[in-house]
Design a protein. Structure first.
Length: 278
């Protein structure tokens, strides 16, 4: 009889680890996985949001692959390869037809940045027009200015062109100049501005702050690119970030989007250069 009881106890012993896992993840033994990627300018803030979301949802593993740009994130989300794509532009008509859904969640100042060895702290829009047009190639102290460009289809180049007709013309000219430094991604652009002496280029306040980049952010005609100045309209240059899903987002993706728009999510974004949207 005792032998039978021992055998029964041994046969049940293997269940103990499963009971432990079930206690850790109530209702589901397997952890949920959430994959998010897209525009590099938003990835730093998304990582901070994901960390807080994981703490509040211990049964969820959040995977954030390397930034793949707005269009890459949108395509992957619609195709189901990502749960959420992060974009710095709205969906176009074709992407909506394919079932894409977007949720705007924050704005951030679109800024002009310089290498830390640059002493100048302010530029005017006229200065920037001349820099991209090739008419200005030095800083105020006479040192050479190294312009870091983005591809013509990138959201930074598009944002520049929308500033004014003259800016659009200068950006077009810059794309035709030979021997220019061209950064393909937001992170690569930030790397080049940080590492290239006397460099000048575009980035976002969200990227610089969330990734703790060593980039000198320049004011424009004396106005600092802060979320507060963006809110009151005194600084007019901004990027809007969107969370993109396919036609039927998973419950976990929907929960993350609600978290981003919650009080806690908005508080995290506010601390790292974002202006959360209502």
């Amino acid at each position: 009889m005792r032998s039978a009881e021992k055998m029964k106890g041994a046969s049940l012993a293997w269940l103990a680890p499963l009971f432990l896992v079930a206690a850790m993840f109530p209702g589901n033994v397997r952890a949920e996985t959430l994959k998010i990627s897209g525009t590099g300018g938003a990835i730093g803030g998304i990582r901070l949001l994901a960390e807080a979301f994981r703490k509040a949802n211990p049964g969820v593993e959040v995977i954030i692959p390397q930034g793949m740009g707005s269009s890459g994130g949108i395509r992957a989300a619609i195709a189901g390869k990502l749960d959420i794509g992060v974009s710095a532009r709205r969906l176009d008509a074709e992407e909506r037809t394919r079932g894409g859904r977007e949720t705007p969640y924050a704005q951030t100042p679109f800024v002009f940045g310089a290498n830390p060895d640059v002493k100048q702290s302010d530029v005017t829009l006229s200065d920037v027009v001349d820099i991209y047009g090739g008419r200005r190639t030095t800083w105020e102290d006479g040192s050479p200015l190294r312009l870091v460009l983005r591809p013509a289809s990138d959201s930074d180049a598009i944002a520049l062109k929308r500033m004014s007709r003259l800016m659009a013309e200068s950006v077009e000219l810059s794309q035709k100049r030979e021997g220019m430094i061209v950064a393909m991604t937001d992170q690569e652009c930030a790397d080049m501005i940080e590492r290239t002496s006397r460099a000048f280029g575009t980035t976002t306040l969200a990227l610089v702050v969330s990734e703790k980049r060593k980039i000198r952010i320049l004011s424009v005609s004396g106005v600092n690119p802060t979320p507060a100045n963006l809110r009151d309209g005194s600084y007019p240059y901004a990027k809007t970030f969107y969370l993109v899903t396919g036609p039927t987002p998973s419950p976990t993706a929907a929960r993350f989007i609600r978290f981003v728009r919650s009080h806690e999510g908005r508080s995290i974004l506010s601390r790292v250069g974002h202006l959360p949207l209502p």
